[in-house]
Design a protein around this ligand. Structure first.
Ligand SMILES: [Zn+2]
Length: 279
């Protein structure tokens, strides 16, 4: 059997026997990101999720691994794992993931729910298993598989934050705090994206930018009868629509302000075309 089928088999066995049960327990914990649970610290769900992952990580037979929960005052916790190189060289690989979750939202099928893990066929339903609970398990499973098959690897640092769904506002503080211990990674693997199929390895090479704001249109200080005011007072809805149209062409979706454009590198266009062909 070749190396890739061996690792595929050993990871699949670990995944089914150990990791799926962990993810099932993880889904039950309503550890919503701070933006969706202001009292997250008091509720203690985030600590439960951290403890679940910390306990599992510490039990893994990874050579020389240290697992630590770092807690900066007033911030969400972060799991920091350091795995020494089994090969030579000073190189470092950083693996990233997060354990906080999106809120419940609506639209769940009657037999499913955010905090209710349900396995149907080869799918596990519930909030947070794929985004992004699997990241710590996936990282350590991959490194374990390398060690099991005596494949030398660089030093690996795994960082699992708990603030991603709120915009990762705590993460920069941890990166600064841990900078000396992280070192200088030559590769960052961010396990928090999607894939087009399960037939090949997919990498996300770019993401679109995002900006947000609140737009309020106010035309009156108090309500007035439509019979008195319509046609005289400006329509707040039309003002709103015109303001939005300054940003976006409502027919084509084209964004209007030139300031929001950048030169798209030729290779990015190519990278967008390749998956389209593949899929
Ligand atoms: Zn995510």
């Amino acid at each position: 059997m070749d190396f890739s089928s061996q690792t595929r088999d050993s990871i699949a066995a670990l995944w089914d026997s150990q990791i799926v049960p962990q993810l099932v327990d993880y889904i039950k914990i309503p550890n919503k990101s701070p933006m969706f649970d202001k009292d997250w610290a008091k509720h203690g769900y985030m600590d439960q999720a951290v403890a679940l992952m910390e306990t599992w990580a510490k039990a893994q037979p990874v050579k020389g691994m240290t697992v630590e929960v770092v807690r900066l005052e007033g911030r969400t916790p972060l799991i920091f794992i350091d795995i020494p190189a089994t090969g030579s060289g000073e190189d470092c690989v950083l693996l990233y993931g997060h354990l906080d979750k999106q809120p419940e939202m609506t639209g769940w099928s009657a037999h499913l729910g955010p905090w209710k893990p349900v396995i149907e066929g080869d799918r596990l339903y519930g909030r947070g298993g794929a985004d992004d609970g699997y990241a710590l398990f996936g990282s350590l499973a991959a490194i374990s598989a390398l060690q099991e098959h005596d494949v030398p690897h660089s030093r690996c640092v795994v960082m699992i934050e708990a603030c991603e769904e709120s915009g990762s506002y705590d993460l920069p503080y941890y990166v600064d705090h841990l900078a000396a211990r992280i070192g200088k990674p030559s590769l960052v693997v961010c396990l928090d994206s999607g894939c087009g199929n399960y037939d090949q390895l997919w990498l996300t090479t770019s993401l679109r930018g995002l900006t947000g704001g609140n737009l309020t249109v106010k035309v009156l200080d108090e309500g007035v009868h439509s019979g008195d005011a319509s046609g005289i007072v400006a329509s707040s809805f039309r003002v709103l629509r015109q303001l939005l149209s300054r940003l976006e062409d409502e027919v084509s979706g084209r964004i209007k302000p030139q300031e929001l454009y950048v030169e798209i590198p030729a290779q990015r266009r190519e990278q967008a075309q390749r998956p389209a062909q593949e899929l």
